[in-house]
Design a protein. Structure first.
Length: 178
């Protein structure tokens, strides 16, 4: 089973990227996870799209989404919502042959705050409805107080590892249903 894991954060020490690294490490053997960042995706501009079509970086990411059996998105929370970087990328990806249509998706997120990106995940879920993705409703992963759960670039919190392991089992079933 091929899974594409998209992090909505660009910074190198991102908790959300570290979360996806933990997901990859804890994944079942038959689940192959590729983690991608959104570096290189330009700001959406309808004039550019009319003149030149989709940028190469967007086409390449669309192709990765198309080839994957399922998608995982880890989103930070910025001002109670999805970071512009991630929203911008989903806007581009939705254009011309939207590869998210009917795609099985799982969402998660980590923040230093007390509710672990719950608000941004629910905004992301709404965007994914627009993209006609089939997003797993439950279980959910809200990694709160992330600054206490990661150290030296790694997830160290055992309780969160357990949550991720059972989430992955549910996600595997969810993707297999497609
Ligand atoms: C512009 C901005 C807005 C933020 N707003 C929120 C917020 O609404 N809720 C929250 O829990 N954290 C918020 N934060 C803190 C982020 O959760 C924190 O920076 C987190 O580490 C970002 O994710 P990352 O580690 O994957 O880069 C905000 C950070 C920035 C830069």
């Amino acid at each position: 089973m091929k899974i594409l894991a998209i992090t909505g954060a660009l910074r190198k020490d991102s908790y959300n990227t570290q979360l996806l690294k933990a997901v990859k490490e804890l994944a079942p053997q038959d689940m192959e996870i590729e983690i991608v960042t959104l570096h290189g995706i330009p700001l959406y501009d309808g004039d550019e799209e009319d003149k030149h079509g989709l940028p190469a970086s967007v086409k390449a990411l669309q192709e990765k989404v198309r080839q994957a059996d399922g998608i995982i998105i880890a989103t930070p929370e910025y001002n109670f919502s999805v970071p512009g970087v991630l929203k911008n990328a989903t806007d581009w990806l939705s254009r011309s042959g939207n590869p998210f249509k009917w795609k099985r998706v799982g969402v998660m997120g980590a923040s230093q705050g007390p509710i672990g990106t719950a608000r941004s995940q629910y905004h992301l879920r709404q965007n994914l409805v627009g993209l006609e993705a089939i997003t797993m409703p439950k279980p959910e992963i809200f990694v709160a107080s992330a600054d206490r759960k990661f150290a030296n670039g790694e997830l160290t919190d055992e309780a969160t590892k357990k949550v991720i392991t059972s989430w992955l089992a549910a996600f595997k079933d969810w993707v297999a249903k497609s």
